[in-house]
Design a protein around this ligand. Structure first.
Ligand code: ITT
Length: 204
């Protein structure tokens, strides 16, 4: 296998995967659904990030005939019993923007004081071959939800997510390189890398 389909249509994730997978040899052709002319509606019917990541990776691997990487990710807020969780993309309904979603989150947390706003991003990366089986690896990034949106980088809920250990900065205030060193997605990719290299027959 020398071609890897990264099965996401989220432009923020696409940017991050281009960088996160830069360490693979140039012989590996990294491609995305639009580039392959693949337009799939995959119903994310699972209750966990792992289930949904497997569903996406398997659907795209079967549609493309390619080794496929997909992720399911989202934000878990303790004060909301883990919401929005696997529903992070759908939190503010269909057609909502990133800003609609994080504004809804800030509104839900309006009465919650500092110190009780702990949250984490989770990402499960799934790797699938067209004929199966799938493999998953996960990563987390701990922090808390701020009171206002800050920063221009990243995507999604990054402007309201204050990263633990970074002087009160939100993920959107860290540059892409720094986010890609510490993010849930970076950690999941790092954990998946040995298996990915095996599946690409790159040796270890
Ligand atoms: P694909 O399924 O095409 O990959 P998606 O956006 O629907 O794109 P998910 O179902 O995994 O992906 O939803 C994840 C949502 O969680 C995403 O839309 C963001 O709102 C949020 N999210 C995930 N990772 C994030 C990150 O690194 N920074 C900010 N928000 C993130």
């Amino acid at each position: 296998m020398d071609k890897l389909l990264v099965a996401t249509n989220n432009p923020g994730k696409i940017r991050e995967y281009r960088e996160l997978l830069e360490g693979l040899p140039e012989t590996v052709d990294i491609t995305f659904p639009a580039q392959e002319g693949i337009d799939l509606e995959v119903e994310e019917s699972g209750d966990t990030f792992a289930e949904n990541a497997r569903i996406k990776a398997t659907a795209y691997a079967q549609a493309s005939g390619l080794l496929t990487l997909a992720d399911d990710s989202g934000l878990e807020v303790d004060a909301l019993d883990g919401a929005p969780g696997v529903r992070s993309a759908r939190y503010a309904g269909p057609g909502a923007t990133d800003a609609d979603r994080y504004r809804k989150l800030l509104a839900e947390l309006a009465g919650i004081p500092p110190g009780q706003r702990a949250a984490r991003f989770r990402c499960v990366v799934a790797l699938a071959l067209p004929e199966g089986p799938t493999y998953t690896a996960d990563g987390t990034c701990e922090g808390e939800i701020g009171f206002t949106a800050r920063g221009e980088h990243g995507f999604g809920y990054d402007p309201v997510f204050i990263v633990e250990g970074y002087g009160g900065k939100t993920l959107a205030e860290l540059g892409p390189e720094e986010k890609n060193r510490i993010s849930h997605r970076a950690r999941a990719v790092e954990a998946a890398l040995p298996t990915l290299r095996q599946l690409l027959e790159l040796g270890s």
